[in-house]
Structures are given as C-alpha cells and as structure tokens.
Design a protein around this ligand. Structure first.
Ligand code: AMP
Length: 411
C-alpha cells in the first residue's frame, strides 16, 4: 500500500484538516503521564506549518460517552498546552470540533497558523460503526452529517493517526470519503509505521521471530494464523500459555485460562507445528500481589496456584532463539509485568531484543503493553521501531485491510 504523503502536496494557504492520535494517558490532575503520541505527531505538524498551511488538528482522547459536560476529564485542553510547549508557539484550542466555534476558529487562521479541535468523541457520531450506520438510517445520517461538518472545514485531509487506522470512525473514514476530489494524504508517522511493519512482513531478515504474549489466545488467533506461514518461530508467553496447556489436559491451577478457546489452541498448535514454542516453566504464586513468595514450576501448575510469568528455562530457550534472529516482532507481555516480581520475564525479553538490535537485527515493538514494558526497561531507544498503535499494529500484522488508508490518494 503506497500512499501519497504530505511531502507531495502544496499546502500554502490551504485549510488542512489533520487527524492525529493524541490519545495520551492523563493522571487525576489532568497531567499528561506519557507524551510519546504527541511527540510522534510533531514532524507532520511542523512540516505543514512551515509549508504555510492553515492547520486544523483533530483527535480523540479516551472513551467519553459522548457528553462533554459529564466527561470533562477527556478534554484535549492539556494536549493543546503540551503541543504549544513542544512547538514553542501558541496553539489555539477550540472548545468543540464542529459547530460555529469550529468554523469561526478556522476562518481566523492565517497561513502557518494552527488550532486544535476538542475531543472528537464528545460526539457519539464519531464512533458509530459503518455496519450499524448501514442497518439504522438515523445513525447513518448522524454519522454522515457530523463528518460533513468536519469535511467542510478544510481543503486538504491528512491522516497521521496510525493508532486508530483499524477503525471506521467518522473522522478516519467518512470525512475522507466526503472529501473526494480534494487532496487526501498520509503524514510522516503513518509512513514510518507502514514502512517498518510492511517491510518486516514483506522481506524479513531471517530467522523471523514473533513473540506473542498477553492475556488471551482469542485476541491473538488472527495474528498467530497470519504469522505462522511467514515466521520461523512464534514464541508464546503470558497467560495465553495456560490456554494452550489447558487444551492439552495439563493442570493450570488458578492461572488465567480460556476454556472456550481450547479447540482453537489445539488447532493453532497443530497447524504451526514446531514453529510454535510454548513456555516449559512458569513463575507461580499463591496470589497476585506485589512482593509475594514465588516458585518455579515445570509444566503443570498445582491446584490453587497461579502462573504469572515465564520461568528461567523458558527464558534461556527464548534467548537462544533471539540471539541469532534477523527480525523480531513483539506483541504482548510475558507475564504480569505491572506487578513485581512478575515483570522479570518481560524485562529480560526486552533486554534480549535490545541486544538483537545492537547486532543488527530489526526489532519491532507492536505498541500497547509491550511498548510500555520496553519503556519500563529503559530500552525504548534500542529498538528499531516502536509502534504507536497496539490494536492497529496487531491488525496490520494479521493482514487486515485498513479502509481508512485505502480511501486516501495513492502515491
Ligand atoms: P493483552 O492486552 O492481551 O496484550 O494482555 C496484557 C495483559 O496480560 C497485561 O496486563 C498482563 O498483566 C497480562 N498478563 C500477562 N501474563 C499474564 C499471566 N500469566 N496471568 C495473568 N495476566 C497476565
């Protein structure tokens, strides 16, 4: 998928509507606790501003229920303040993304000026799925008229919201559909994400190793299916382990396990054969609490106990495979990395990846918890690429089409 980028268009004097993913975590005092997504959007913003665009930024934040007065904590105002700080210039903040205040704010923009619209998800129409809109004309009308108000603000549409590309939100899909005939392009962040994820899949340096962890097999079926023919190894960790073990009739104690996914687990294991590697030991405890007593179990977990991390023999086996990997894609932690001492497996894997990068391997972190874990290990700048979209990168690896990108102009 080769899409036209902001580099290829003339924006001087044009009203440019840029959909970004500025969905950053905030603490109880509205302070941004991690501004990586804002920083990741800066190259596109500065490029458009220096090109003389009249720039209108839009994003979602969190999951408000569509009522701004009840959901004030989801305001993008702190994001506007941080953007102003990082850009070293004022950032006008518009208290609604549509309506007269939005059109008035846009009318006031001069060349090289910029404003940020309030949270798109303060309007329920933003997240109406196309399937629901097709089945219910009133919902379809609401989504289209909301999208039309946004589309009417601008002459050019830019999508740089990689983390939301797998969704059919109004601002992601309906707006560019309505702007047919105008320039509709991607920004630098999406260009970079597609380059790394796309190249990893198209022509991976081998051995190509996928590390898949996290809570549920059911969330990762698609990606295991898609990667099984492309990868040389799929290393499993996290609670998924216990669904695979349970499916073989091995005792898993009170570990997180999905009996509903046993059939799927057996099928995946049979179809992936020797490529799929499961943990051979686990770090277990009687309860999930910081600092509790732990021990290591080979195979079965005793009744009453919980498997909460991969064990040392598993780490050695995985480290050996990673020591000569050419490409590594990692999605999902190896254990409950948020609760010490169960972070060890995840942190050790992060270190093995950093070493692999140093040796010249391509290492790609699929966003979400794995990105947080690499950050926790202090190793973020020793990975080739850390995706800004957990769900989006997973769907990309699964080979699912992104309609929000398909609708944009080809290069
Ligand atoms: P996911 O969103 O599927 O990638 O799952 C991430 C979550 O899985 C994290 O919050 C981890 O704490 C959790 N997790 C990983 N390993 C385990 C485990 N052995 N038992 C329970 N939860 C786990």
């Amino acid at each position: 998928m080769v899409k036209k980028t902001v580099r290829a268009i003339e924006v001087r004097g044009q009203r440019v509507l840029a959909r970004l993913d500025l969905n950053v975590p905030l603490d109880d005092h509205d302070r941004i606790t991690d501004d990586r997504r804002i920083r990741a959007a800066l190259p596109t913003i500065t490029h458009l501003l220096s090109g003389g665009a009249r720039l209108i930024l839009m994003s979602h934040l969190g999951r408000p229920k569509g009522d701004p007065t009840a959901d004030k904590r989801f305001t993008l105002a702190p994001v506007a303040a941080r953007l102003a700080e990082l850009l070293g210039r004022p950032m006008a903040f518009v208290s609604d993304c549509v309506g007269p205040c939005a059109s008035d704010a846009v009318a006031e923009l001069g060349n090289g000026d910029c404003c940020l619209l309030e949270n798109l998800r303060f309007h329920k129409a933003e997240t109406i799925k196309d399937s629901k809109a097709a089945a219910n004309p009133a919902l379809g009308e609401a989504k289209t008229s909301f999208a039309r108000e946004l589309a009417d603000l601008a002459d050019v549409y830019v999508n740089d919201a990689f983390g939301t590309c797998h969704r059919d939100n109004a601002s992601m899909l309906t707006v560019p559909q309505l702007m047919e005939g105008k320039a509709r392009v991607i920004g630098f962040l999406i260009e970079k994400e597609l380059k790394f994820l796309g190249e990893a899949l198209a022509e991976p340096a081998r051995p190509f190793v996928a590390i898949l962890g996290g809570a549920k097999v059911s969330d990762k079926i698609g990606v295991i299916d898609a990667l099984r023919s492309k990868c040389d190894y799929i290393l499993i960790g996290g609670a998924m382990t216990y669904t695979f073990m349970g499916a073989e009739g091995v005792n898993v104690g009170r570990s997180l396990c999905e009996p509903d996914a046993f059939d799927t687990a057996r099928r995946l294991r049979a179809s992936a054969g020797d490529k799929l590697r499961l943990p051979v030991d686990s770090v277990v405890a009687a309860e999930l609490k910081p600092g509790v007593e732990t021990w290591v179990c080979d195979g079965a977990i005793p009744d009453g106990a919980l498997g909460l991390d991969i064990g040392p023999r598993t780490l050695n086996a995985y480290a050996e495979i990673l020591s000569n990997a050419g490409t590594v894609v990692w999605n999902g932690p190896m254990g409950v990395f948020e609760t010490p001492p169960f972070e060890r497996g995840t942190m050790e894997i992060a270190h093995r990846l950093a070493e692999a990068t140093d040796r010249g391997a391509i290492t790609i972190i699929g966003g979400g918890d794995s990105a947080a874990a690499v950050d926790q290990a202090g190793l973020s700048d020793r990975m080739t690429h850390i995706s800004t979209g957990g769900g989006a990168s997973l769907e990309y690896l699964e080979g699912k089409p992104f309609r929000a990108l398909e609708v944009l102009d080809d290069a």
